[in-house]
Design a protein around this ligand. Structure first.
Ligand SMILES: Cc1cc2nc3c(=O)[nH]c(=O)nc-3n(C[C@H](O)[C@H](O)[C@H](O)COP(=O)(O)OP(=O)(O)OC[C@H]3O[C@@H](n4cnc5c(N)ncnc54)[C@H](O)[C@@H]3O)c2cc1C
Length: 336
């Protein structure tokens, strides 16, 4: 037995052993015995049994082909629903069955009628019993400008992989602003719904990108590496990434990014993702709309003001603004 301090290069051969912890060198015998015991305790493949479970249920592929979503106004934006898990679903059911199946392990029960399954799924979302939702997963391919990708990538519960400008050349395709928006009157980070066109500004933007691409090409021709040449590229340049997420976190993402507080360009991408959700998970999409889009959190004071049609008293200017907005939204939705 050698001490680590005595070893210059480690060449492990069968039967040879090194004591890594020098404090143990006074008890090498016990150490060897301990390691031998661990060896004896190792699990052997032959003690395991695998059984293929017979299933009489007929399954179908919910996504035989990827589905690409585009938008007429944002012509170079797209979201492609690449994959979903589970892909194979029992006939008559959609991907939510997996969440229901996972939830039913809590009661030791399995599949029930489609109606019972749909009711249980709705119950899960209504009561924020969200862990069963994590058994349903989505993979999207997204094409959007870098500044939109940057907002989406703040969502840490997604897994991402993006087109790399270290290895690949700049696509030389940029965001095309068709309609300009003015800043919002009271919300500093937002914009108005009114739009305007300006040919001179549009031409300036296009010229700016053309000039940037010309400099990029010159840098590459001058043997500058791609990872440095990319530093001149504006955030309006288009990028591509893969994004995977489970249903629970997709709900959270869509609630934030389909909301009017989110920049319109990012909402376009979120909306396309929601179309993918609607396609393969219609029950989840309905529950999402019911409990996340068409649902409001109101304090008792807010509720009192709403029901009695009274002024809502608060010292917070933004609190009052948000209450009035919620009230207006609720009234509009009730009437429609
Ligand atoms: C309108 C709007 C404006 C914004 N403005 C800005 C801005 O000015 N500057 C800026 O930097 N960002 C901004 N953001 C980004 C925002 O702060 C969040 O980072 C982003 O929305 C991701 O949200 P999330 O953490 O809920 O999502 P995810 O990262 O997907 O997380 C989903 C949920 O998982 C849980 N979770 C994930 N990670 C953790 C963790 N480490 N610890 C505890 N819980 C976790 C939380 O419950 C979280 O809600 C803005 C977002 C919006 C929608």
């Amino acid at each position: 037995m050698k001490k680590m301090s005595e070893v210059k290069s480690i060449n492990l051969s069968p039967g040879e052993m090194y004591v890594l912890n020098t404090n143990l060198t006074d008890k090498p015998k016990q150490e060897v015995e301990f390691l031998q015991k661990v060896n004896e305790d190792e699990l052997d493949d032959s003690e395991f049994v695998s059984t293929k479970i017979e299933d009489t249920v007929k399954y179908y592929d919910v996504l035989p082909n990827p589905i690409k979503y585009t938008n007429n106004k944002y012509s170079n934006y797209s979201v492609t629903l690449i994959d979903v898990n589970p892909r194979m679903c029992p006939e008559g059911r959609t991907v939510e069955f997996r969440a229901v199946q996972a939830a039913r392990t809590s009661y030791g029960a399995n599949m029930k009628s489609i109606k019972d399954d749909n009711n249980l799924f709705d119950y899960l979302v209504r009561n924020q019993h969200t862990s069963p939702l994590e058994f349903v997963n989505f993979t999207f391919r997204v094409d959007c400008p870098i500044y939109v990708a940057r907002q989406i990538m703040r969502h840490r519960t997604f897994s991402f992989n993006e087109y790399s400008l270290r290895y690949s050349s700049v696509k030389q395709e940029h965001d095309e602003i068709v309609d300009f928006r003015s800043p919002h009157i009271c919300n500093k980070q937002s914009s108005t719904v009114k739009t305007f066109k300006d040919e001179i500004l549009t031409k300036m933007i296009n010229d700016h990108f053309d000039e940037t691409y010309a400099i990029y090409d010159l840098l590459i021709e001058a043997d500058v590496c791609k990872e440095q040449a990319r530093s001149i590229i504006p955030v309006g340049e288009m990028t591509t990434f893969y994004a995977s997420v489970n249903l629970n976190n997709l709900f959270k993402f869509l609630r934030l990014r389909m909301d009017e507080h989110t920049q319109k360009e990012t909402r376009v991408i979120a909306h396309m993702m929601s179309l993918g959700l609607q396609e393969v998970a219609p029950i989840a999409y309905n529950s999402f709309n019911k409990y996340m889009i068409n649902s409001y959190t109101l304090t008792v004071d807010e509720l009192r003001a709403l029901l009695n049609d009274e002024d809502y008293k608060t010292d917070s200017k933004s609190g009052l603004h948000e209450f009035n907005k919620k009230k207006q939204d609720i009234m509009n939705k009730i009437k429609s």
